[in-house]
Design a protein. Structure first.
Length: 153
């Protein structure tokens, strides 16, 4: 499936969910959703707001926050609380995990099907019913490691 087809499929899903929930898909909501989908990373509400300022100069940051909260309730975006430092939003709803660079704070998706299928320890299952698995791995990304190495001889 091409990226354009995936985008259209995701947009159609948003339209259906908004309609079913009685939520009007305004131009601002649509622009926020498009900004989220076209971001190359896991943007914060502030980043989305900044990216849309030229197109929608009167849009308040509060509108972005409320819209993202609505999208989370509709299940079209996930909220990430990265190391209790910041809140980011992830439109990738596939089962995946995150690598977080402790230096530059970049967040990268990775997939680990064996982890997703593995039996959890008894101690976890004894706590209650697991609804979702999400792993955050912290380290130093390749770009930061390359900066440390500096130019070659």
């Amino acid at each position: 499936m091409s990226s354009q087809e995936l985008y259209q499929q995701t947009l159609d899903r948003l339209k259906q969910l908004c309609s079913a929930a009685g939520i009007k898909l305004t131009q601002q909501r649509l622009e926020i959703f498009q900004g989220l989908l076209t971001a190359k990373d896991h943007p914060s509400a502030e980043q989305i707001h900044r990216s849309l300022r030229a197109k929608l100069p009167t849009m308040a940051i509060d509108t972005v926050y409320r819209t993202l909260a609505t999208f989370e309730k509709l299940g079209v975006v996930k909220k990430l609380h990265i190391a209790n430092e910041r809140t980011l939003f992830d439109p990738n709803l596939e089962n995946h995990h995150h690598f977080i660079c402790s230096r530059c704070k970049r967040v990268e998706d990775f997939y680990w099907p064996d982890f997703d299928k593995a039996d959890l320890p008894q101690a976890v299952s004894g706590l209650g019913t697991v609804q979702e698995r999400h792993l955050e791995v912290q380290g130093i990304c390749r770009a930061c490691l390359n900066e440390d190495a500096g130019p070659g001889p």
